[in-house]
Design a protein around this ligand. Structure first.
Ligand code: ADP
Ligand code: MG
Length: 650
């Protein structure tokens, strides 16, 4: 429980996401790159202010002086010119050419990419085939050919390098733009009568800007290297002007007699390119919008588990007498920077074979995280299971090897998600996807697996099941997609089905059909069900037992009828008061005043106390235990035992 201490160190305002600068500075390599680039660029920029010798003044009497000689810290070259001065002025030239080439390539490449993607059709074909032609040549050869035509010189070298790099920008920007032009907000802008250039500039460009910056930052190093390459071959900077490449080229002939003449500019090129590339990579990690939203924060395949979790409780029942699923003191936290969000905070419950348990609670009360924790599906980072145990048929799932969890996932324990459109692969037919789920766990040949999939589709009452096998997810209605989700969950005859708000995205009539189907199929096969919802009506239809969650804890549990007839926790009572009842228009619907507490700063005592109409002084401190009330009922309230009369005053 070391993570708890973290939360209580300082009172810094909770920040859910660190700033871009913070994330960059946390990347040691990128910081190193930044320091390197800034240092080199600052020295180069300050060249006119530094007390440097004239970089082009020759002094043949003092030629090839070694490093640290009098008046020449880095020695002199074959014409007696001061290497330090030439190096600093030369770095300035190399940087200027590299940056200028990058800017030119960015501007032209981005424009081509934007126009090609936005206008599409023949504009796209024409522009991109032109780009393909440029890319067909090895780019250094192409740069050489361009300089050969234009003649040697720094400006021409810059033009050549910019030209050969345009395709990289054009393709990157086109790729990013293509996915944007069909977005609704672009359609809306068109319908408003915005002109095409304005849409590109106002609606699309800001969205591809991160891609442009990322491509720039990762290409700059190459551009500097390519400039140096052309100068090295004598096609860039012309004598007596120095740039890093020409200095390297000049020193090449003296590598044996005076190695410092070539190695010093070589070293600076190396540092500069390493610096820009490390910085570029770091910037990409920070700026990529997908990384920013956390989508590419590559969660591990199984939730991380702290050492304190998963210890078998003393006297744990053996597999034969254990309930199907037993959750003991489960704690799942999200650690973000210094803040610890206690999403699930000591949840315990059992599910017997064939039993249906409903979990209800306001949004954010930890229902989904509880369910995801069971199969190690909470994303890490930032999620961690820090305490408790989960036993399925007596076997601990906490800390179980991934291969074991994968055998159980979708096989013994199946999951139905809220929105099947986001969980089905848009590029595979629904038939293929269900068949895949079948074959992952059953040793069936593809024909038999397809036959079984067809049976499943018929069983979940998808109309024209045979044709539907070959449909893509977007071709199905919401209700049909959820039926596919149920078919997939049933594919391997699971012992436990976890359904996380499976009908919230559906309209009421479809919802009723889907729920009825789920209930029938589950009973038919004797599977247990954990049904997560915020709808009390649904729980009463489907479930045997109910758990009410608030701020990551179970605040009330018991058989459905008993809890409905006589809720013991004020929160349950208030939740039930929020449900409208058909034919009782005179009943007032009371929203619960206030908001649930943030789970990173839970109040001491009962988390519901600030909103509770029955609150006492004693509610606000100490641990409020889950009070066993008999008949399988429990409530986490110090007034749970009071007679109805008193507590229903509220
Ligand atoms: P619900 O009861 O509505 O299903 P959840 O279990 O999804 O609520 O969420 C419980 C808490 O955990 C919320 O405070 C939520 O902000 C937090 N949470 C859930 N998923 C993540 C995540 N991936 N990263 C950070 N916090 C999360
Ligand atoms: Mg949820």
């Amino acid at each position: 429980m070391t993570s708890l201490a973290l939360d209580e160190t300082g009172d810094a305002p909770p920040r859910s996401r660190p700033s871009a600068w913070n994330r960059l500075s946390r990347n040691a390599l990128a910081t190193f790159g930044l320091v390197l680039v800034v240092a080199i660029a600052a020295i180069a920029a300050a060249a006119p202010l530094l007390p440097l010798a004239d970089p082009n003044a020759t002094d043949v009497a003092n030629r090839l002086q070694p490093v640290f000689s009098d008046g020449h810290w880095l020695g002199t070259d074959q014409l007696g010119r001061d290497i330090l001065s030439r190096l600093i002025w030369g770095t300035r030239v190399s940087l200027a050419v590299g940056i200028a080439a990058t800017l030119v390539a960015t501007a032209i490449g981005a424009l081509i990419g934007l126009v090609a993607a936005y206008y599409g059709r023949w504009t796209d074909t024409l522009l991109m085939r032109g780009i393909d032609m440029l890319m067909a040549f090895p780019y250094l050869l192409l740069a050489l050919a361009i300089v050969a035509v234009l003649g040697p010189g720094l400006l021409n070298a810059m033009v050549a390098i910019a030209l050969v790099n345009i395709p990289f920008f054009a393709r990157a920007v086109r790729g990013a733009t293509v996915s944007l032009v069909t977005r609704e907000y672009v359609d809306a802008a068109r319908l408003c009568g915005m002109s095409n250039p304005r849409i590109i500039a106002r609606e699309i460009f800001p969205n591809v800007l991160p891609v442009i910056v990322i491509t720039m930052s990762t290409t700059l190093g190459w551009m500097i290297l390519e400039t140096a390459g052309l100068s090295f071959l004598g096609l860039g900077a012309q004598p007596p002007q120095a740039d890093l490449g020409s200095m390297l080229g000049d020193g090449r002939k003296l590598i044996v007699t005076a190695p410092h003449v070539a190695t010093i500019p070589g070293l600076v090129i190396l540092l500069l390119v390493i610096g820009t590339n490390l910085l570029g990579d770091g910037l990409r990690d920070v700026l990529d919008p997908r990384l920013k939203s956390g989508a590419l924060a590559r969660p591990m395949a199984v939730t991380a588990v702290d050492a304190s979790a998963g210890r078998p409780a003393a006297g744990a029942p053996n597999a034969a007498e254990a309930p199907l699923l037993s959750v003991q003191g489960l704690e799942t936290h999200f650690v973000m920077g210094r803040a610890v969000f206690r999403a699930v905070n000591g949840v315990s419950f059992d599910v017997a074979a064939g039993e249906a348990v409903g979990i209800v609670g306001e949004s954010g009360s930890g229902k989904s995280v509880t369910a995801l924790s069971l199969l190690g599906l909470v994303p890490t980072p930032p999620g961690r299971i820090v305490g408790g145990d989960i036993r399925f048929r007596g076997e601990s799932l906490i800390g179980a090897p991934l291969s074991r969890l994968q055998d159980i996932r979708g096989n013994r324990i199946a999951y139905i998600f809220q929105d099947p459109l986001t969980t089905l692969n848009p590029l595979l037919t629904v038939g293929e996807q269900v068949t895949e789920a079948v074959r992952r766990h059953q040793n069936l040949d593809s024909g038999r697996a397809r036959q079984w999939t067809l049976e499943l589709f018929e069983r979940v009452q998808i109309p024209r099941a045979k044709e539907r096998l070959a449909s893509y997810p977007h071709e199905l209605s919401g209700g049909q997609r959820q039926r596919v989700g149920i078919a997939m969950a049933l594919a391997n005859d699971p012992d436990l089905i976890i359904a996380d708000e499976p009908t919230t995205a559906l309209d009421v009539t479809t919802q009723a059909q889907v729920l009825k189907l789920l209930d029938e199929l589950r009973r038919e096969r004797g599977a247990a069900l954990i049904f997560i919802t915020h709808d009390f009506g649904v729980v009463s239809e489907l479930c045997d037992r109910i758990l009410v969650m608030y701020a990551g804890r179970v605040v009330e549990e018991g058989p459905v009828e008993a809890v409905f007839a006589d809720p013991r926790h004020p929160y349950t009572r208030r939740l039930m008061a929020c449900v409208p009842i058909l034919g009782e228009p005179e009943r007032s619907i009371d929203a619960i005043p206030g908001l649930p507490p943030a789970v990173n700063r839970l109040p001491p005592g009962c988390a519901f106390a600030p909103r509770c109409p029955l609150v006492l002084d004693a509610c606000r401190h100490g641990e409020i235990p889950l009070d066993r009330l008999g008949d399988g009922r429990a409530a986490r309230c110090i007034r749970a035992q009071e007679s109805d009369q008193e507590s229903s005053d509220a």
